[in-house]
Design a protein around this ligand. Structure first.
Ligand code: ARG
Length: 549
């Protein structure tokens, strides 16, 4: 079975690691649809259970993408871009980057419809080592690190909603405590059943649109009528001053602004992690992408227009919590309370969406033998049966049936969730996030970039490969050029000062060292484990060879 395309190997394969695109029959060659034999290997049992629909895909993407960013990145975008018009341009540029990246991922996901996202694309295209490196970084740092950021922002807004503006003076441990409670809640939900995870994602998706729509409508009303609770807090300049006034001339500032925008759009690859569980991946994945991204881009631009109509630049630039300032200015204390609740709800939804897919990523890393296989099991122990609904309970409450998977409860990658939980909790506790977020942006876009370059390579090397969805060839090219331009030309990489303070739009405490150390450690560890595996496999490989002679 290993010679076929989508081998779902249960162990790390040295041959294909060394000769990824060779025609020797090892690794990635003749690709067709995954055969039933592939699934019969029994390793990807989650993928046998195909349950995700277009709507689920949509809410996985939108649920993660609309999180904290649109409600708090504007400070960083506006203050760096310098003027309202420039900041709108930044939102468009980063939106295009996200959309072209996502469209490229839609092609990859259709051609290689397995769980794991970049993990499988990089392995199939560049060799197992690339997927391995990505997986380690994603499992150890990227996924839990970004989840921790979202959780902390959730805690911050929740505390603010409950104890009001004084929250800023309260101990950060209160925020972290609330963040932890949120994390426990989403992890619990996702362990109980797949349905509970995806259903709550659906629910949150609608809440978020309602929130953004509310902001937009409010902005239009304020612009047209001048209605506001606190008229002195309103912007007076947008009618009279040029929207371009103050536009930054520094490339590095633009780069930081764009990275702040990218954080708000990040998460567009979320459905790719679970393609293997989609009922019609070839059809629904591109549909998901081309529905969700234009919607999100439009919603973000409208929300930003509203911010500009309502709030003076100074307020936007300084406030880490633009949305709350917006609510306060227009509707008074009630407004700021409602906005704080909406933002924390939005973050909670994003935490839920990222937890859902992190679980699957860790799970497939376990399956592939990248981390102990124990993490690649379903349920509490290997071979354990899901908690079935007895006949009585299946007649019982509709709520119970609404929550349960076909197989009952706890048919989920529980140990993978546990690992993700533990790592996220650590990041919440050590919590110097500013640099973790910068690292997150730089590292995750590096992998996105590699995968999109891989798409182009794959087009050349495997023209015959079946691609249910083929994106316009300029899509990956635009993505790659734009990405290189931001990192290279605009000079984010060169600017030492900005490196440490670029915080994806959140003015969280400045980095003190541990977070970046964690990421470097994860990377180094991954090299070691990879080398150890390769050495072990190569010795068993040679001993087999010599035994045959
Ligand atoms: N766009 C999201 C937000 O605004 C952040 C997504 C983080 N990415 C991730 N893969 N967890 O909060």
């Amino acid at each position: 079975g290993r010679a076929r395309g989508y081998s779902v190997s249960s162990a790390f394969d040295f041959n294909s690691a060394l000769f990824p695109l060779s025609s020797s029959g090892a690794g990635y060659t003749s690709i067709g649809a995954p055969t039933s034999q592939d699934y019969e290997l029994g390793t990807q049992s989650l993928e046998k259970n195909k349950s995700l629909t277009f709507l689920n895909g949509l809410s996985l993407v939108i649920g993660l993408v609309i999180g904290s960013g649109i409600f708090s990145s504007p400070a960083s975008v506006n203050s760096n871009a310098g003027s309202p018009a420039a900041s709108l341009i930044v939102w468009i540029i980063s939106g295009i980057l996200a959309w072209t990246g996502a469209a490229s991922y839609a092609e990859l996901g259709g051609a290689i419809p397995l769980n794991g996202g970049a993990q499988v694309y990089l392995s199939k295209i560049f060799g197992e080592w690339a997927g391995f490196l990505f997986t380690w970084c994603a499992v150890m740092v990227l996924k839990p690190g970004s989840a921790a950021i979202i959780a902390i922002i959730f805690g911050e807004y929740m505390v603010r909603a409950v104890i009001g503006a004084d929250a800023m003076d309260a101990s950060p441990w209160i925020n972290k405590g609330v963040a932890m409670v949120g994390l426990v809640a989403v992890t619990g939900m996702n362990c109980v059943s797949t349905k509970l995870g995806t259903r709550s994602a659906d629910l949150f998706m609608f809440l978020k649109f309602v929130g953004l729509l509310g902001i937009t409508v409010t902005g239009i009303i304020v612009a047209a009528t001048g209605f506001a609770y606190d008229k002195s807090a309103l912007s007076t300049t947008w009618r009279t001053t040029s929207w371009f006034e103050g536009t930054s001339k520094s490339g590095a500032e633009w780069a930081v602004a764009i990275y702040a925008g990218l954080w708000a759009y990040d998460g567009w690859d979320n459905t790719n992690y679970v393609v293997g569980e989609m009922i019609h991946p070839g059809r629904d994945l591109p549909r998901t992408i081309h529905t969700s991204l234009p919607l999100v881009i439009l919603a973000y631009i409208l929300a930003n227009l509203s911010y500009i109509f309502v709030l003076p630049s100074d307020t936007i630039n300084k406030s880490n919590t633009v949305a709350v300032a917006f609510g306060q200015a227009v509707y008074g204390p009630i407004g700021s309370l409602i906005l704080a609740l909406i933002v924390s709800g939005s973050c909670f939804g994003a935490l839920n969406a990222t937890t859902f897919t992190s679980g699957r990523l860790v799970y497939s890393a376990g399956k592939e033998g990248y981390i102990p296989s124990f993490f690649g099991s379903i349920g509490l122990s290997a071979g354990s049966q899901p908690m079935k609904l007895s006949r009585r309970s299946s007649r019982a409450s509709r709520l119970v049936r609404w929550m349960a998977d076909e197989q009952g409860f706890f048919h989920t990658p529980i140990w993978a969730m546990a690992l993700n939980f533990a790592l996220t909790a650590i990041y919440i506790i050590i919590g110097d996030f500013a640099t973790l977020t910068t690292f997150y942006g730089v590292a995750s876009y590096l992998f996105y970039f590699a995968a999109v370059v891989g798409l182009i390579i794959l087009r050349v090397k495997e023209p015959e490969l079946e691609r249910p969805y083929k994106t316009w060839i300029f899509t990956p090219v635009i993505f790659c050029c734009e990405y290189r331009f931001i990192g290279g030309e605009l000079g984010l990489e060169e600017n030492e000062d900005l490196k440490g303070s670029c915080s994806w739009g959140h003015n969280l405490p400045r980095y003190e060292g541990r977070a970046a150390e964690a990421s470097v450690l994860a990377e180094e560890l991954s090299y070691c484990v990879y080398l150890a595996k390769a050495a072990r496999l190569s010795s068993s490989f040679t001993s087999k060879r010599t035994a045959n002679i």
